[in-house]
Design a binder for this molecule. Structure first.
Ligand code: COA
Length: 357
């Protein structure tokens, strides 16, 4: 036989042996996958059961007079709610209706904490890059008057806000506590950008154009400040979970967060006043002879944005104060910092146990 053919046959026989090992591995992998699916279903069922019984206990508790025991039980229930939320982080979740419509029934759950962090980090960076592009385009539009450029900017805004709504829905599926208003805010911003895109270039539009471009310049600056705050929170929370009791403490985190918030809040409220001013200008423009339906619709949406943003941001302050008080109480776990601390504690004690064993 030709030596080349003989070498081929020997190689093939070697490869077949290796394939048998691979086949075993693949079979083991499939069995483990099935086991994982069964465990996931059992955990999800267990969580649902816990929530159902806790609701029943809470209902009875509300009807009783407050005593020390009932207060302790209430704290324990709050702690269990957070523990269940933490458990859900590594379990698959079904998509909401919006994602089902857009993506179909594909699973978007991220089961690894590091990947979740990366996804959120990427989302914040995406917003930053797009707001910088928005800044540049609004400045160019302020000093030039090219209709195509103007329309490209509006189109970019429609695409940007639409993408944000999808990314935020994915974040929500993966356990983000983003408030409903901020998600609705981005849906509404998509509508605003769409209406601006189809607003005909009448005299009425040109009266509002300059103010709108300045508004975008300002919003881009605020979005940069927001990015610095959110990015800081994200990295500090990650470090808090990983480097338990070392260079970052809860107190350190809170004082940093308050400094960040008190710097950011005046810029945010100034932005909301700008939105109110937009609504006012548009209201005056409804009496313009060339005013079309776009003017009252935009006036109304800017007013809704002003009200929703102001109310939601004002409500964040007492919420943060409550979290700060809770985090300073020993044995009470209620905010996301506490969850991370608890996860870190668990990880630490697990690694200690492993070392002892
Ligand atoms: N857009 C997207 N996500 C937001 C958000 C926003 N405006 N505000 C908060 N979140 C997210 C947080 O990142 C966090 O996510 P996580 O659960 O995945 O970690 C979650 O929602 C809960 O955040 P919360 O603790 O309530 O607030 P915060 O400390 O992260 O931020 C503010 C508080 C007030 C600084 C923030 O909500 C904000 O910047 N709001 C202003 C937005 C705005 O007005 N934009 C228009 C400018 S005119």
């Amino acid at each position: 036989m030709d030596t080349n053919v003989e070498t081929c046959l020997n190689d093939w026989s070697d490869l077949t042996q290796e394939y048998k090992v691979l086949e075993m591995l693949s079979r083991e992998y499939c069995t483990k996958l099935e086991e994982v699916s069964e465990l996931q279903a059992k955990c999800l069922q267990g969580i649902e059961h816990q929530r159902y019984r806790m609701n029943a206990i809470s209902k009875v508790l509300r009807q009783l007079h407050t005593s020390e025991t009932s207060q302790c039980l209430d704290k324990d229930i709050n702690r269990r709610i957070d523990q269940l939320h933490e458990m859900e982080q590594v379990l698959p979740k079904p998509n909401g209706t919006y994602l089902k419509i857009i993506l179909g029934n594909v699973n978007v759950s991220i089961l690894n904490k590091n990947d979740k962090f990366k996804y959120k980090d990427e989302y914040e960076k995406f917003k930053l890059v797009l707001s910088m592009i928005g800044f540049a385009l609004s400045v160019v539009n302020l000093f030039t008057n090219v209709r195509t450029l103007e329309l490209s900017f509006m189109f970019l805004l429609v695409w940007y806000y639409c993408t944000l709504t999808i990314r935020e829905s994915i974040l929500k599926v993966n356990g983000s506590r983003i408030k409903g208003w901020w998600r609705f805010h981005h849906f509404l911003s998509t509508v605003v950008s769409g209406v601006l895109l189809v607003w005909p270039n009448t005299d009425c539009w040109y009266t509002f154009r300059g103010q709108f471009m300045w508004f975008n310049v300002y919003i881009s600056v605020v979005q940069y400040l927001q990015f610095r705050y959110q990015h800081g929170v994200l990295y500090r929370l990650k470090a808090l979970g990983e480097r338990h009791n070392m260079d970052i403490t809860i107190e350190g985190f809170h004082s940093w967060m308050w400094r960040g918030l008190s710097f950011l809040l005046p810029f945010l409220f100034l932005g909301y006043l700008f939105q109110l001013f937009n609504a006012y200008t548009l209201y005056k423009l409804t009496f313009h002879p060339e005013a079309t339906w776009h003017v009252p619709v935009l006036c109304f949406t800017f007013l809704v944005l002003f009200l929703g943003n102001t109310i939601t941001t004002v409500m964040v302050i007492p919420q943060k104060l409550r979290e700060r008080v809770r985090d300073s109480l020993p044995g009470v776990f209620s905010s996301k910092i506490s969850q991370r601390k608890e996860a870190a504690n668990k990880k630490n004690s697990e690694s200690k146990n492993e070392k002892i064993n």
